[in-house]
Structure formats: structure tokens, C-alpha cells
Ligand binder design. Sequence first.
Ligand code: NI
Length: 246
Amino acid sequence: MGDYVASYHATMKTSGYCLPRLLSLKLASTFHYRPLLQAHLMPKSFIARSVFILCLALIVAAAAFIGMRYFDQPASNKQAKALIGGPFKLVDHTGKDVSEKDFLGQYMLIYFGYTYCPDVCPTSLTLMSEAMDIVEAKDPALAKLITPVFITVDPERDTVSAMKDYVENFYPTMVGLTGTTEQVSAAAKTYRVFYQKAETEDASEYLMDHSSITYLIGPDGLYSKHYGHGTGPDVMAASMLEILAK
Ligand code: NI
């Protein structure tokens, strides 16, 4: 999905036109079909003609605006909504069985990783926690609606107690989720997260390769927004405040 969004924006950038702009150009050229307008529609007096042209311009602008609303962001969001998020069964850091149903009605800020991760995961979870701090400072009530969730991709080593010790380092309300290998694999598939054990000589000290995306999941359990690797806490917080204020 990240790739889809990236390529969509890349296309928009290289072509220089987004779809609504092309649409408005097309409409504009349609309305510039002068013989038809002059013969049947164009009023005769100067003032009436000016008003008529102004009206046409407004219609074109309105069409462009509607086109923009329809085609621009909702298109990628709709696709993402269909692809990302859904049912999962895991175990939280207190040892309780949980599913997506336990989180309905609240936002989840989800990151997949593993506690042995030397750099990427701690960095991402720190950024996530800083974003939560900013939201909480600006609007404590909104911050309460968001649960930061860390889901392991390394259930072999990330036991319930390992997850408990780990999430406590980041944010007070952060929930750590682990489970059986099958449960974790199913949850990662639900969120389109890739992971695999990196090849090493020492079997006990292995690393995990994994995607580094933070998802904001809506109160309906469906995709709301995602933040690419390294998104700053200011940007993430502003985005969440905007989404939750709606
Ligand atoms: Ni990591």
C-alpha cells in the first residue's frame, strides 16, 4: 500500500497534473466549443454574456473542486481501507487474550517490530511516544482516545513478560501484543506487514527484517492513516489531532 501511495504521488509530481486538474482542463475545452455556444446558448447583450461566461467559469471551477475531492486523497484511502486492518487474535503484555474487538471504539497507533531490535524499533516507538506526548499536551481528551500498540514479529523471544518490560519504557498506555507464531503471522498479514528472520551464523542472536510503518487505525477497526519510517513526532501529532478533531 505504501508503494501504491508513493507511486500515485510520484505520478502526480512527474506529470505535473493531478487528475482533477486534467478533468477541469477537459471541461474547459468542452465549453470553449464556440459555434455551439454562439448559435444556441450565448446571450446577445454584453452584460448577459459576461454573466453567462462567469456562470460557466463557476460551473467549471465547481466541477474541478468536486473532482479534486473525489479523486485525490479518498481514492488511495479507500483502497488502503480495503487492504489494511481487520481481525486478529493475540495476547497482550499482561497475558490476556485480545482481538481487534477489544479495541473497537478507540484509535490504535500500531507499530510492528521486536524487542531485540537494536535501532529501528526503539527509534520508531520513541517517535510514536513523543507524538502521543504532543497530542496529550494539546488535548488530553483526544490523547485518551488513542492506544499506542506494539505488535511483535518475533514471538519466539518476545514473551508476555519481555513485552511488558519493553513497552513500559515508552508510553504509559502502550499495549504490547505477542502470540503464537501463527497468530503473529496472521496479524502481520492483516496489516500488510512484511517480516522475516535475517540470516546469521549465531542462531540465538538473530535479527528480524521488518517493515517500519506506523498505522493509525480508526474506531471502526479500519485503516485511517499511515506514517512512513522516520515521520517526525510533530507531523504525526498534527495529523492525529486533525483526524480526531473531525
Ligand atoms: Ni526493528
